[in-house]
Design a protein around this ligand. Structure first.
Ligand SMILES: [Zn+2]
Length: 212
């Protein structure tokens, strides 16, 4: 049984997810923790639940989604997996962090790359990797088929979609990713987004003003 704990971190109100099962092996999706009290709250949860954090995985490499990489790696020795098509973007995050005023950002080098059709395994859980470009050029989502859950980063939000005005963004590509890939999942899939509340896929199919 998949357990999901969400946090909302940093000035961009980014959602960070810790997911795990009874085995207590855990992974983190998009760690946005930055301030000391945010680091403390995520550590407190990991430690109190006696989780073994083995992986940090990123849906995409925007600064608000990877601020906590270094802290979590140093504390728990978790390895970092990033989208293959955002290698260069990730290298540039150090520069972006200065531009956006995150002067305490410390860069963590990635250990591995993720591509569509890869599987991420931990405990008894398996996540499928989906390629959903548009908000960013190499954006991925992580789908847990057995649990009808998808972590969709900044592709799809409750009644909204990701912005496409940042470098490498493209509106038509984003709409194509959502309609031709994300919408093929079971309509009861729960969507855990990079910002804002969770939603159900069928709600977005029927009510999202950007998609109907
Ligand atoms: Zn983003």
């Amino acid at each position: 049984m998949l357990k999901i704990k969400s946090f909302t971190f940093n000035p961009y109100q980014e959602n960070t997810y810790i997911i795990f099962d009874d085995s207590k092996e855990a992974i983190i999706i998009d760690p946005g923790n930055y301030d000391p009290h945010e680091n403390e709250s995520i550590s407190k949860y990991i430690d109190e639940n006696r989780l073994s954090l083995t992986k940090i995985i990123l849906t995409h490499c925007h600064i608000d989604h990877c601020l906590g990489n270094k802290y979590l790696n140093e504390k728990y020795d978790a390895e970092l997996l990033i989208p293959f098509d955002e290698k260069d973007m990730y290298k540039n995050v150090q520069n972006i962090s200065q531009l956006f005023g995150f002067h305490k950002y410390l860069h963590l080098n990635e250990s591995k790359y993720l591509k569509e059709k890869d599987k991420i395994e931990f405990g008894n859980i398996e996540l499928d990797v989906l390629f959903l470009p548009g908000h960013s050029p190499g954006h991925l989502a992580f789908h847990c088929k057995n649990e009808n859950v998808c972590f969709s980063g900044d592709v799809l939000f409750l009644n909204s979609i990701g912005r496409t005005d940042l470098p490498g963004g493209d509106h038509d590509t984003l709409i194509h990713s959502i309609k031709n890939k994300l919408f093929l999942l079971n309509e009861d899939t729960i969507i855990y987004s990079g910002h804002g509340p969770k939603t159900i896929l069928k709600n977005e199919m029927n009510n999202n003003p950007f998609l109907i």
